[in-house]
Design a protein around this ligand. Structure first.
Ligand code: UGA
Length: 445
């Protein structure tokens, strides 16, 4: 099929590449000419495992193309996906102006005898599809035939290609049989379960899914605080809860809280739209509060241990909001670095992929020293913070770590290490909600 994706950001680019990989002919549109030029030259603006190979392979096979012209994209494609940003506004509601603009632009180039399916893939509040339909109708000067469909994307950064190629489910929201038949054809090669709904339900599924996952994280983080106060171990508690198949172990990893460009924004947006609809979703405000508190509790435990943070030499491992990505947007790791700088600590940080973007977008103060390896970061450090659970950190030589640090104090914000092992190596080790144990303790053997 001939497909057009408008917006070559995370979702747009990965979707476009994967659609081409299964055999569709895809044209990706972006209004940033520099990005289009870079992509045409084979330069991928984001780090995502497997993406570069897929893009190169499909560009070479002439199944994947890049342009800045919406008209070219719409003219040559039966199905047009909108994958433009939906950023948050200060009150938490979503700025839908990019979606509105693209809807107008698509309408302006629709032709009379061409039927087009216009698909919203960006994360949007419920009822956006209705607005997109109205807008296209209003600007559709030639009376072209079209349908609007909602098709939310569930990929995770860091494993976006794998998620797209083998999704748990495809959600398609629409009310036209013709459009739904074309959408099923788009997804046929993926061999995944397809759930067909109305447009509003499809839109709501996306916000409800992300909010539920964030709720799971805040739930276990609240439990982690109780574990610390009572001497229980949150990893064991999560295992015990998660073995119940109705609950499941996924997304029950206690830590510094959720970040990134999706959860914080989507939860705020779900709260805003529920307020607007007159049915306030107050439970989600508690989810947000727990998430904020988690970082504060972590900083407090550092102050408790170090007494004074001013002038302390602190190493931070990890800047990205999660491993296997170079994305540093809304990263709790970055917040912690900035909080420490504000308190007068001298911070040295290392991240396998995120340092360039942290500097480029000026997310961290110039006073933060960025170095080229985890070991370099800890030279002479009085404390080490693990803020992102990169595999590289789990494999370090712990004797070497201890010998390089001035004082062997580790605050593990992602529970990467086992407390008993760390104590054996002679560290003063503090995880999140972890029981302070020794290997000798039989219950935890
Ligand atoms: C999330 C969803 O998982 C995707 O399904 C969705 O498509 C995407 O948002 C989106 O809306 O575009 P993503 O933000 O890429 O994906 O990353 P996640 O793996 O969900 O992690 C989000 C945050 O939660 C990270 O900061 C991570 O460290 C944290 N997290 C995750 C925990 O603290 N504990 C966990 O057990 C799991």
């Amino acid at each position: 099929m001939n497909l057009c994706i408008i917006g070559s950001g995370y979702v747009g680019l990965v979707s476009g590449a994967c659609f081409a990989e299964v055999g569709h002919n895809v044209i990706c549109v972006d209004n940033d000419q520099r990005k289009v030029d870079a992509l045409q030259a084979g330069k991928i603006p984001i780090y995502e495992p497997g993406l570069e190979e897929i893009v190169h392979r499909n560009v070479a096979a002439k199944r994947l193309h890049f342009t800045n012209s919406i008209e070219t994209g719409v003219d040559g494609s039966e199905v047009i996906f909108i994958a433009v940003p939906t950023p948050p506004q200060p009150d938490g509601s979503v700025d839908l102006s990019y979606i509105e603009k693209v809807a107008r632009e698509i309408a302006g180039v629709l032709k009379k005898n061409q039927y087009r399916v216009i698909v919203d893939k960006s994360t949007v509040p419920v009822k956006t599809g209705e607005k997109v339909t109205e807008t296209i109708k209003r600007y559709n000067r030639h009376g072209a035939d079209f349908d609007v469909v909602s098709n939310p994307e569930f990929l995770r950064e860091g494993c976006a290609v794998a998620d797209l190629m083998a999704p748990d489910r495809i959600v398609i929201g629409g009310n036209s049989d013709r459009a739904l038949a074309l959408m099923k054809k788009v997804y046929e090669p993926f061999n995944a379960p397809i759930l067909v709904t109305d447009i509003n339900s499809a839109e709501l599924i996306k916000h409800a899914a992300n909010s539920f996952l964030a709720l799971k994280i805040s739930y276990i983080n609240a439990v982690s605080a109780i574990c610390e106060a009572s001497g229980a171990d949150v990893e064991k508690v999560a295992d015990g809860i998660g073995m119940d198949r109705r609950i499941g172990r996924n997304f029950l990893n206690a830590g510094l809280g959720y970040g990134g460009s999706c959860f914080p924004k989507d939860i705020a947006a779900f709260i805003a739209i529920s307020d607007e609809l007159g049915v306030p979703f107050t439970l989600l405000k508690e989810v947000q509060r727990i998430n904020r508190d988690q970082k504060e509790r972590f900083l407090k435990s550092m102050r408790d241990a170090l007494w004074v943070l001013r002038d302390k030499k602190i190493a931070v491992w990890g800047l990205t909001f999660k491993p296997d990505t170079d994305d540093v947007r809304c990263s709790v790791a970055i917040d912690i670095v900035n909080d420490l700088v504000k308190e007068g600590s001298s911070v040295t940080a290392y991240d396998p992929k995120g340092m360039e973007k942290a500097r480029e977008f000026k997310l961290i103060s110039d006073s933060v020293k960025l170095v080229n390896s985890p070991l370099e970061a800890i030279d002479g450090a009085e404390a080490l913070i693990i803020a992102t659970e990169w595999k590289e950190f789990a494999n370090v030589d712990l004797d070497e770590v201890k010998s390089r640090m001035a004082t062997p104090l580790i605050f593990d914000g992602r529970n990467l290490f086992d407390p008993a092992t760390m104590h054996e190596f002679g560290f003063i080790y503090k995880g999140i909600g972890r029981r302070q144990t020794t290997k000798a303790e039989p219950a935890l053997a």
